[in-house]
Design a protein around this ligand. Structure first.
Ligand SMILES: Cc1ncc(COP(=O)(O)O)c(C=O)c1O
Length: 392
């Protein structure tokens, strides 16, 4: 049995009734993936990667260049769509090592996947030009970067496609998007979620919000009704958390002879590739978007953590400056001795996100020493828009 200490700060945005009544005056939203003319809402970012690869068509040239610093949610969709991941190096500032990428290109290379790690947009003009020169498709992985711009380029505009992970930025339990500033996506056919999936999307969001006391006078009512009733949504172990929509269908992958050791498996389920985003996710994104002045709020939270950590022994911030136009997803800290402090932080209730903690075991050791180092040593602290209260 494992014990997970309660986290005093939520890891992801929490739905808040007040957000729906706020004012959007005086603070224009930064550029975002919502500005793309072509939009396809989906259930998760990993599914958007799969959908993009399906739209491109990987017949013949199947190699996809991906960073050696990655998570399962980036690799599983490639394998599920019949692609072959080829790993390229990143530099210490997490930007693409273009020389290394060029060395790894073969006649079978078709696609390049470039993430904006932790929300810090990397300049992509050189990668874009290189892709054009070699007839390669660029997928901009914006799972950590729904908002922002760098060097005059708004997020998502350099890729042929951009994928987003809406649930990381909006108070949702699920949600992603495939967008494009360059290619129409209207030939992509998606299917609507069932009524029960729609309802679960609503209930899971509200349940998470009530855990952090964000539903005002509805908190008690929600807890009483949903936590104590034996509805069809109660989970088998009797825990009050409703079954998550996070897909866990390992069986489908096994049938396709794709296997992952459990820690690497992200929950990606190829059966959901064409599942469109729920109406609830679309509504919340639409409704909350004007009030989500993340640039201002997250920038302030980022600066607070920066000041708090700058002279702290045993760690240093990965990005000691927050450039203009960047809307960070988290605050990444490079730890000197990760194993020695992980347990202590966890038991102190500090929420830690560990991107790339498990690298694909088939990637050759030594492919990218920086990625291997970051995989072990980077702990990311979430940047919640509001401190938690009334946590139970
Ligand atoms: C860089 C990156 N790309 C893609 C994904 C997939 O996003 P999702 O969790 O919405 O499937 C993740 C997930 O964390 C990610 O970190």
């Amino acid at each position: 049995m494992t014990f997970t200490p309660p986290e005093h700060i939520p890891k992801q945005p929490v739905f808040d009734l007040l957000a729906l009544t706020g004012s959007s005056k005086g603070s224009p939203s930064p550029p975002s993936l919502r500005d793309a003319p072509y939009q396809c809402p989906v259930n998760r970012g990993s599914l958007a990667i799969a959908l993009a690869l399906r739209h491109i068509g990987l017949s013949g040239r199947k190699e996809v260049l991906v960073p050696a610093y990655h998570c399962g949610a980036m690799i599983e969709p490639i394998l599920a769509e019949g692609g072959i991941p080829i790993f390229y190096r990143i530099r210490a500032d997490t930007t693409v090592d273009l020389e290394d990428m060029a060395r790894r290109r073969t006649p079978a290379t078709r696609v390049v996947l470039v993430p904006h790690f932790f929300g810090f947009l990397q300049p992509l003009q050189a990668v874009r030009a290189w892709c054009d020169a070699h007839d390669l498709i660029l997928i901009e992985d914006c799972a950590h970067a729904f908002f922002g711009e760098t060097e005059g380029c708004p997020v998502g505009t350099q890729g042929d496609y951009a994928i987003g992970s809406t649930w990381k930025f909006f108070p949702l339990n699920e949600g992603g998007c495939l967008v494009s500033f360059r290619h129409p996506l209207n030939t992509i056919k998606t299917r609507a979620p069932s009524l029960s999936e729609e309802l679960k999307a609503v209930v899971n969001t509200l349940e998470y919000a009530s855990t952090y006391g964000r539903l005002g006078s509805f908190n008690a009512l929600f807890k009483k009704y949903f936590f104590t009733s034996r509805t069809g949504w109660s989970n088998a172990s009797g825990q009050n958390r409703l079954p998550s929509l996070r897909p866990t269908n390992l069986e489908t992958l096994r049938l396709r002879k794709i296997s992952f050791p459990p820690p690497f498996h992200s929950g990606f389920d190829p059966k959901r590739t064409t599942l469109s985003g729920s109406l609830w996710a679309r509504w919340v994104t639409e409704k909350i978007f004007p009030f989500l002045h993340r640039r201002k709020k997250d920038g302030k939270n980022y600066q607070t953590l920066l000041e708090a950590s700058v002279n702290l022994p045993g760690c240093h911030p990965l990005f000691p400056h927050l450039p203009e136009g960047i809307v960070p997803h988290v605050f990444p800290l490079v730890m000197d001795q990760p194993l020695a402090v992980f347990g202590k932080l966890k038991f102190a209730g500090v929420p830690i996100i560990r991107f790339g903690e498990f690298l694909w075991d088939k990637m050759e050791k030594g492919t990218c020493p920086i990625s291997e180092d970051y995989s072990r040593r980077i702990f990311s602290i979430p940047l919640p828009p509001k401190p938690a209260k009334n946590m139970n």
